[in-house]
Ligand binder design. Structure first.
Ligand code: AMP
Ligand code: ZN
Length: 115
C-alpha cells in the first residue's frame, strides 16, 4: 500500500534492523524500544489491524502466533523469563501505524494494566 511505512520496510525500501524474515512475515527492532527486547512482527501483506483480518488470513495469523512469536521469543532469549505480546488496535487502542503488527516485548518485568 502506498505511503505505508511498514509496507515500505517489508519491501526493503526503508531500512530496518531485521531480526527475522520469511515469505509472508518480517520482524524488526522497534525504533523506539519500550523494553530491552522490543520487536515488531509484521505481515508483508497490508492488513490494517487485527480487526481487519479476513477469512483468507487464517493461515497467516496462525503462522504469526504458532510459529513466529515462539521462535523469536526463544531466539531473543525471553521465552523462559516471559514476555508480552501486544496488538494496539485503532485509535483508542493506541495504534499509530495502520499496518497490523505484533509487539513482542521482554527483558524486564512488565506492569499491568498498561496505560
Ligand atoms: P503502534 O503504536 O502499536 O501502532 O506501534 C507502532 C510502532 O512502530 C511504535 O512502537 C514505533 O516506535 C514503531 N515504528 C514506527 N516507525 C518505525 C520504523 N521505521 N522502524 C521501526 N519501528 C518503527
Ligand atoms: Zn502497509
Amino acid at each position: 500500500m502506498a505511503d505505508c511505512i511498514f509496507c515500505k520496510i517489508a519491501a526493503g525500501e526503508i531500512p530496518s534492523q531485521k531480526v527475522y524474515e520469511d515469505e509472508t512475515v518480517i520482524a524488526f527492532k522497534d525504533l523506539s524500544p519500550k523494553a530491552p527486547v522490543h520487536v515488531l512482527i509484521v505481515p508483508k501483506k497490508h492488513i490494517q489491524s487485527v480487526a481487519h483480518f479476513a477469512e483468507e488470513d487464517k493461515e497467516l495469523a496462525a503462522h504469526i502466533f504458532v510459529d513466529v512469536v515462539p521462535k523469536l521469543a526463544a531466539d531473543l532469549n525471553v521465552a523462559d523469563g516471559g514476555f508480552r505480546v501486544v496488538m494496539n488496535t485503532g485509535d483508542d487502542g493506541g495504534q499509530t501505524v495502520n499496518h497490523l503488527h505484533v509487539h513482542l516485548l521482554g527483558g524486564r518485568k512488565m506492569t499491568w494494566p498498561p496505560g
